[in-house]
Design a protein around this ligand. Structure first.
Ligand code: ZN
Length: 162
C-alpha cells in the first residue's frame, strides 16, 4: 500500500493508483472529466495545478509498447480531444506532455502551461520545481479554480459526447 496526501490534505491509500482510478475505487479531485471504460481523464490527486489532467487507462502495463494498435490510436484521439478542449475553455494555450515508463501503470501527464510558470522557463527540466511551487502556493482560490476547470472540461466532453 502506498499512502499519500491528496491535494485537499486527505490521506489516500492505494496499491496502484492507475488501476484504482480506472476502477473508480479512488475518485480523482472533482470526479472524472472523461471515462469510456478504457481511457479516463481526470485531475491528478496529488498535484494542484489548475487544469492539470492525467490520461489513464484500464490496463496495468508500463509502456505504450504493450498496447494494441487500436488502443494507441484511441489514446492519441482522446489525448488530442482533451488538449483541444483545454485550449478552447482557456485553461492554457500550450501543454507539456509527460509519460514515464518507470511508472508502474501507464499514464500521460497533460500539464497546462500557465503564465506563472515563466519563472521556471515553462521548461520540462523544471517540472519538479513547478510541482513544488504549486503545492507550496495552493490556496482556496486555486482549489476553486482547479475544481472549476474540471467542471468546465466535463461540460465540454458532454457537449461533444465523446
Ligand atoms: Zn495498475
Amino acid at each position: 500500500m502506498t499512502k499519500v496526501n491528496d491535494i485537499f490534505g486527505n490521506e489516500i491509500e492505494f496499491e496502484c493508483m492507475g488501476c484504482e482510478i480506472a476502477e473508480h475505487k479512488l475518485i480523482p479531485p472533482g470526479g472524472y472529466v472523461y471515462d469510456d471504460g478504457f481511457i479516463n481523464i481526470s485531475a491528478d490527486p496529488e498535484i494542484p495545478i489548475v487544469g492539470f489532467m492525467v490520461l489513464g487507462i484500464k490496463k496495468h502495463v508500463k509502456s505504450i509498447n504493450e498496447l494494441t494498435r487500436d488502443e494507441r490510436i484511441h489514446i492519441m484521439d482522446v489525448l488530442n480531444t482533451t488538449i483541444e478542449k483545454m485550449k478552447k475553455i482557456n485553461i492554457c494555450e500550450e501543454v507539456l506532455l509527460i509519460q514515464e515508463e518507470k511508472a508502474s501503470h501507464f499514464h500521460i501527464w497533460i500539464v497546462p502551461m500557465h503564465e506563472w510558470m515563466i519563472n521556471f522557463n515553462k521548461n520540462v527540466r523544471n517540472i519538479k520545481e513547478i510541482i513544488d511551487y504549486s503545492k507550496e502556493n495552493f490556496d482556496e482560490k486555486t482549489k476553486d479554480d482547479l475544481l472549476n476547470a474540471v467542471e468546465l472540461l466535463k461540460e465540454e466532453f458532454k457537449k461533444s459526447n465523446k
